[in-house]
Design a protein around this ligand. Structure first.
Ligand SMILES: Cc1cc2nc3c(=O)[nH]c(=O)nc-3n(C[C@H](O)[C@H](O)[C@H](O)COP(=O)(O)OP(=O)(O)OC[C@H]3O[C@@H](n4cnc5c(N)ncnc54)[C@H](O)[C@@H]3O)c2cc1C
Length: 360
C-alpha cells in the first residue's frame, strides 16, 4: 500500500495530525517507537489553557484560542467515533496569589476572557486560607489517557495504518527529498513525512534539524484518589496545580526539570508536590496517594512550537515543540499542518511557527 503521509511519533500531536489528514482523504501511515500515546501526552495534566496566559506571546495565544474553538466539537466527534469519552469539561480555574490582578485583567479584557477577582473561599470553600484570587470560569480540561485512546480507536476506524514498536532510526534522502525512513523493522516510504516525535524530534532529525531548538523538559506529577466532589475546579498557586477528575482522582503537578532523557521520578519532587498540595487543600490528607510519574515535554523557546516544512527537504515537515501546552494546542496544530500539506488557505498567521534557520 502507498501512503500520502508518513507521521513519525504517536503522541497527541501525531494522532491529531493523522486524524485531520485522514479525514481530509489522505492515506496516512503512523509510526510509533513504543505504544501510541504513552509518553508526554499520557503524562500531562490535560488543562486546556496556558497556565497564566498573560505570561505568553500572541503566537501561543492564537494557537490556544483556535484550539479552544475546535475542542468541544472535536471531543464530541471523538466520543462518537470511538465510544470513549475523553471527559472534556469546563471546570474553571482558581488562581491563588501571587499574581498581578491588573496584568491579568488587562489581558482578559483584550482577549474577551471572563475573569473576576474574588475571595478564594467563595469558589472553593475547602481552601487552607481565604485570600484574594482570580477566578477564570471558562477554563476546560480533558483526561489525557482517554483522549489518546479515543484518538487511537478513531484512527483505526478511519483506516490509518498504525505501526507500533517500530523506531525510526535514520533518513534516506535523495537530492532534496526524503525517499524513505529506516526503522527497526526495515524501510518505510510515503510521499511526505511529518515529524511529531515530541521531545525526541531534534535528535531524530539529527543533522536535518538545522537550528531547531527542542529539548526534553521533565515534569513529575502525583495522583490522589479522593471522594468525588471534594474538588471541582482547577487550582493554581505559584506554578503548582491541582486538577480534579470526575471520578474523584486529583492530579498534582508539576516540576520543570532539565534532566535530559531521564524519566526517573525523585523523592524530592514527590515530597515537594505533596507538601504544596496539602498546603493548598488540607483535606487531601484524607485521600490516598496512588501514583507518581514523570514525562518529557518537548521544550521550546517561549513555548512556541515549530509547524512547518523543512527549509531544504521538500517533503519533510514538523509539528513539534509544544512544550507545556501540546494537549491544548493539538487540534489547531493539526489543522495548520493539514492545510500546509494539502495547500489550503491558513486561517491564521503561521509565521511564528516557522522552522528556525539562523542567518549565517
Ligand atoms: C507533567 C506534565 C504535565 C503537562 N500538563 C499539560 C497540560 O495540563 N495541558 C497541556 O496542554 N499540556 C500539558 N503537558 C504538555 C503536553 O503533554 C505535551 O506538550 C504534549 O504531550 C506533546 O505531545 P507530542 O505528541 O508532541 O509528544 P509525545 O506525547 O511525547 O509523543 C511523541 C511520540 O513520538 C514517539 N517517538 C519518539 N521518537 C521516535 C522515533 N524515533 N520513532 C518513532 N516514534 C518516536 C514517542 O515514543 C512518543 O510516543 C504536560 C506535560 C507533562 C510532562
Amino acid at each position: 500500500m502507498s501512503f500520502d503521509v508518513g507521521i513519525i511519533g504517536g503522541g497527541v500531536i501525531g494522532c491529531a495530525t493523522a486524524l485531520s489528514l485522514a479525514q481530509s482523504g489522505a492515506r496516512v501511515l503512523l509510526v510509533e517507537k513504543h505504544r501510541i500515546g504513552r509518553e508526554s501526552s499520557w503524562a500531562g495534566g490535560g488543562i486546556l489553557y496556558p497556565l497564566l496566559p498573560w505570561d505568553y506571546s500572541e503566537a501561543v495565544t492564537r494557537l490556544t484560542e483556535r484550539s479552544l474553538e475546535l475542542f468541544p466539537a472535536w471531543a464530541s466527534q471523538l466520543t462518537h467515533s470511538s465510544g470513549i469519552d475523553p471527559e472534556f469539561q469546563q471546570c474553571g480555574m482558581l488562581v491563588l496569589a501571587p499574581f498581578s490582578a491588573d496584568t491579568a485583567q488587562a489581558w482578559c479584557d483584550a482577549h474577551a476572557t471572563q475573569m473576576s477577582v474574588t475571595s478564594g473561599n467563595s469558589v472553593i470553600s475547602a481552601l487552607e486560607q481565604d485570600n484574594e484570587a482570580l477566578w477564570l470560569p471558562g477554563v476546560n480540561q480533558v483526561r489525557n489517557p482517554r483522549l489518546l485512546k479515543a484518538l487511537h480507536r478513531s484512527l483505526n476506524a478511519l483506516g490509518v495504518k498504525i505501526v507500533q514498536e517500530n523506531e525510526i532510526t535514520a533518513w534516506e534522502t535523495h537530492e532534496n527529498v526524503v525517499s524513505g525512513i529506516k526503522t527497526s523493522h526495515g524501510v518505510l516510504r510515503a510521499e511526505n513525512y511529518i515529524v511529531t516525535a515530541g521531545a525526541w524530534s531534534k535528535s531524530l532529525l539529527s543533522k536535518h534539524a538545522l537550528d531547531l531548538d527542542i529539548r526534553p523538559v521533565r515534569g513529575q506529577m502525583l495522583l490522589f484518589k479522593a471522594e468525588p466532589g471534594l474538588l471541582q475546579n482547577i487550582i493554581l498557586k505559584n506554578g503548582i496545580y491541582l486538577i480534579p477528575r470526575l471520578d474523584g482522582h486529583i492530579l498534582v503537578g508539576s516540576t520543570l526539570e532539565d534532566a535530559g532523557f531521564n524519566k526517573a521520578t525523585t523523592e524530592e519532587a514527590r515530597s515537594m508536590l505533596y507538601d504544596q498540595a496539602i498546603g493548598i487543600l488540607p483535606l487531601l490528607k484524607n485521600a490516598s496517594l496512588v501514583l507518581h510519574w514523570s514525562g518529557l515535554r518537548p521544550g521550546s523557546p517561549d513555548n512556541i512550537p515549530t509547524i512547518d516544512r523543512h527549509p531544504v527537504l521538500k517533503n519533510l515537515y514538523i509539528n513539534s515543540g509544544h512544550f507545556r501546552y501540546g494537549v491544548t494546542m493539538s487540534p489547531a496544530s493539526a489543522e495548520i499542518m493539514t492545510n500546509m500539506i494539502l495547500g489550503r488557505h491558513q486561517s491564521m498567521d503561521i509565521t511564528p511557527y516557522r522552522w528556525p534557520v539562523s542567518a549565517k
